[in-house]
Design a protein around this ligand. Structure first.
Ligand code: MSP
Length: 682
């Protein structure tokens, strides 16, 4: 009998559909994608699950705010996640939606099972609840902030079904002790153990105050708590709760999951609640729960509520999916928080991809084309083989082992560092062996030497591409095709070693694998982000499109910074009616105080008298205006903009400025005449 391939089941969190996908979601998803791709290249029967979390009060409210039914709203946003994953080259095998019939049936089956086993009872409850995180606060004092997002929780009083979480503390601690590898990394494991040791209270697992959820079996006035609903997706996606024997077989085959990959903020749900439900239900435990850190932008966690998100589409359109994928693996130390910036992205892209891998590929391939008519040459085992080739093949062998070890230990950045050290060694080897000079000599030995050099480079390129493929699938596939090799994804990573390159094969068509990126790439991406933000929701700081404010503003006062060369203003598009314009309340105010915001070199915090009241305004103008030059100055404020927080400071309006020059420099709108505070611009 032939041996069945080992199964490997990996999951991402299922993402809430109240927000559109951003690079934070992409991070978790590409990490899982690379792991899944690599598992397939190891010959494992891999199942990679992702999906969307579509129930709950938060989604119900977001849908209402968008003027849509919850189903229509969730259909749209869930579709956006799938579209993005396709564009990012995400090879998920299944996409689960919590509004699907298979999932609903599975969740109800879980509820029934837990109830039958005596872990669910009905009781009444008053407590504090955070709708944003769908989380009950531990502290039941009204006004308690949410432990995750810091928003003030709401007081909820209900008759609920409860899960006997308090009874699970001991079994959970035993589970953690017996399975030291269950929670990764160690720091998260320690936090979880400390949390459980501090005592667990029973968990309310149903709600009656809204209806957008899965009804409790036989008691449809209640909907099942969204986290019980959501966590079950990992089991329902592989057939849990289905009466169909085929689904039951699928469940038996794939469950338990091998890896649940999550962000660190949802550790408690995955490492306490989910194992507690499974223990109570008598079901097998996932093998590992892996929590990574946060992707930060402008020093805080990227999230819709903070308004500091970056969309993957922007990077896709300018640099391609592999640029973002590579950056996320190479730049972020897995498990820790890491910062994203367009500058760092482009720098990494240029140094490691365009000038690194791309350059090695184009050099090697074009020389094989030129000197050997596009056929990979045979290396010489004798005369032309020198210690330099032996050193490269030895390093390649060691790199394969080291890369695999580091990848498996989730040390992706170090794994890539090791792989790129091989790449640099090959670059150096080419410089030192000077194949272009060898090609000038026409004797047999030189020809043989040239063949060896180019074979060595091509073989190293093949190995580097195969190892990097799970992380940068698109460009490495192209390199394989150009090397005249077939489907890279079918490379067997178990047996990958030096010396397997097909010799005598014809190269494919040679073309660049990475687009060029110069300074304008950064500007283009920043501009696209700005436009996306403006289209979705107005920004609370003064970085408007060129010329936007000039209809109501004069040129900057002499105290304003000197004008930079003006970038051509974009033509006026997108007509609005006078009524639309009058919705915006532009008011004159005087700056009373202005100061820099700590640790935010672009932001100033000001208080502005607008006649009827004094507003606190936070604006991104610190690079252009010293705070003391603003005090006493007349400015224009968008006075009816909903307040929003920047770096934790509430901005109660937006200051109007023209934006000009290459850097989008701001120039505050102001007047030549004396205008009283509170005067309206119309
Ligand atoms: N729906 C829940 C998860 C239920 S799983 C049974 C949820 N959804 S979410 O849309 O908020 O997604 C959270 C996850 O998205 C994080 O745990 C992480 O995997 C990813 N990320 C979202 N923003 C992120 C960053 N800024 N940085 C890193 N990962 C981020 O929670």
């Amino acid at each position: 009998m032939t041996k069945q391939p080992e199964k490997f089941y990996i999951t991402t969190p299922i993402y809430y559909v109240n927000a559109r996908p951003h690079i934070g979601h992409t991070y978790t998803t590409v990490v899982c994608d690379a792991i899944a791709r690599r598992q397939r290249m190891l010959g494992h029967d891999t199942l990679f699950l992702t999906g969307t979390d579509e129930h709950g009060q938060k989604i119900e409210r977001s849908a209402a705010a968008a003027g849509k039914s919850p189903q229509q709203f969730t259909d749209e946003v869930s579709g956006e996640f799938r579209t993005l994953w396709d564009r990012m080259g995400i090879t998920y095998d299944k996409f689960i939606r919590t509004t699907s019939p298979e999932h609903k049936r599975g969740v109800q089956a879980m509820f029934t099972l837990l109830k039958e086993r005596g872990y669910i009872y009905k009781g009444s409850w008053v407590g504090q609840y955070c709708v944003s995180d769908e989380l009950y606060a531990d502290d039941n004092t009204p006004g308690t902030p949410c432990p995750v997002c810091g928003r003030i929780t709401e007081t909820v009083e209900e008759e609920n079904y409860f899960f006997k979480l308090s009874a699970m503390a001991e079994p959970l601690l035993k589970l953690y002790e017996e399975n030291p590898g269950l929670i990764y990394p160690e720091t998260r494991r320690n936090e979880v153990i400390a949390f459980v040791k501090s005592g667990l209270r029973d968990l309310s697992i149903s709600r009656t105050t809204f209806s957008w959820g899965i009804p409790v079996p036989d008691d449809p006035a209640h909907v099942i708590y969204v986290w019980l609903d959501a966590l079950c997706n990992y089991a329902t996606a592989v057939g849990f709760g289905s009466p169909d024997p085929k689904d039951q077989q699928r469940y038996e085959h794939y469950w338990p999951a091998d890896v649940h990959m999550i962000g660190k903020e949802i550790v408690r749900f995955h490492c306490v609640y989910w194992p507690a439900f499974l223990l109570a239900a008598g079901l097998p435990m996932p093998r590992q729960i892996v929590a990574h850190g946060w992707l930060l932008f402008e020093e805080s966690k990227m999230s819709k509520s903070r308004g500091n998100i970056v969309r993957s589409e922007t990077i896709l359109e300018v640099l391609g999916a592999d640029a973002l994928r590579y950056f996320l693996f190479r730049e972020i130390v897995f498990g820790q928080d890491g910062s994203f910036s367009f500058d760092a992205l482009v720098q990494r892209f240029n140094s490691d991809l365009a000038n690194g891998l791309g350059n090695l590929a184009s050099r090697t391939l074009s020389m094989i084309q030129r000197y050997f008519g596009g056929e990979v040459p045979y290396p010489s085992a004798t005369i032309a083989h020198t210690p330099a080739e032996a050193a490269i093949s030895k390093l390649a062998g060691e790199t394969i082992t080291e890369y695999n070890r580091l990848f498996e230990a989730y040390q992706f950045s170090r794994a890539l560092e090791a792989l790129w050290a091989l790449l640099s060694a090959v670059d150096k080897y080419i410089v030192e062996t000077q194949p272009w000079a060898v090609a000038e000599k026409d004797d047999r030995d030189s020809r043989s030497r040239l063949a060896t050099i180019l074979y060595t480079s091509a073989e190293a390129l093949r190995i580097i591409s195969a190892l990097a493929h799970p992380i940068i699938p698109d460009s490495t596939s192209k390199i394989f095709t150009q090397l005249g090799l077939s489907d890279i994804a079918k490379t067997d990573l178990n047996t990958l070693r030096w010396g397997q390159m097909n010799v005598g094969t014809r190269l494919g068509k040679i073309e660049g694998v990475f687009p060029r990126a110069d300074k304008s790439a950064i500007e283009r991406m920043q501009q696209m982000e700005e436009e996306r933000k403006n289209a979705a929701e107005p920004p609370a700081i003064a970085t408007t499109a060129a010329g936007a404010a000039t209809a109501v503003a004069t040129a900057p006062l002499p105290s304003a910074p000197a004008a930079a060369p003006t970038a051509a203003p974009a033509p006026v598009t997108n007509q609005i009616t006078i009524d639309d314009f009058l919705k915006v309340e532009l008011r004159v105010g005087t700056v009373l105080t202005a100061e820099k915001v700590e640790k935010a070199d672009k932001l100033l915090r000001m208080t502005v008298d607008i006649g009827t009241e004094v507003r606190q305004i936070v604006a991104g103008i610190a690079k252009s205006y010293a705070p003391e030059t603003l005090v006493g100055r007349k400015v224009v404020i968008v006075a009816n903009l909903a307040p929003r927080k920047l770096r934790g400071i509430e901005s109660q309006g937006m200051i109007v400025a023209a934006s000009f020059g290459e850097e989008g420099q701001p120039a505050l709108a102001s007047f030549l005449e004396e205008v009283p505070n509170g005067a309206r611009l119309k």
